[in-house]
Design a protein around this ligand. Structure first.
Ligand SMILES: [Zn+2]
Length: 101
């Protein structure tokens, strides 16, 4: 749980304890609060998961792999049409990149 949310919750609970004098009511309210928190936490972790997936997708799309026509080494290059050539790190030949779009 996030720190400011924790502080907020403990403040809220002590406030409730000071102002609600029927123990049964207090218990019920606490149960409801925990329920709300759990839903909130689930939503947050689901959002985090989606963000991570998007990040992976973006990383995947920014790099592509080609094979050196001279030595066949796999080389990762930026997915950028402005990059027209790359030097093979293995055989040091200059490879021209022909973008198909
Ligand atoms: Zn090569």
């Amino acid at each position: 749980m996030e720190e400011d949310l924790k502080v907020f919750m403990s403040k809220t609970i002590s406030d409730l304890e000071n102002n609600i004098h029927y123990k049964e009511d207090l218990k019920y309210i606490k149960i409801k609060l925990v329920d709300i928190l759990n839903k909130y936490n689930k939503k947050i972790s689901k959002l985090n998961e989606e963000i991570n997936n998007l990040r992976k997708e973006v990383n995947h799309n920014t790099k592509i792999d080609i094979s050196c026509p001279y030595c066949n080494k796999k080389i990762w290059i930026e997915n950028n049409v402005n990059v027209n050539e790359v030097t093979c790190p293995k055989c040091f030949n200059l490879i021209e990149i022909g973008w198909k779009y």
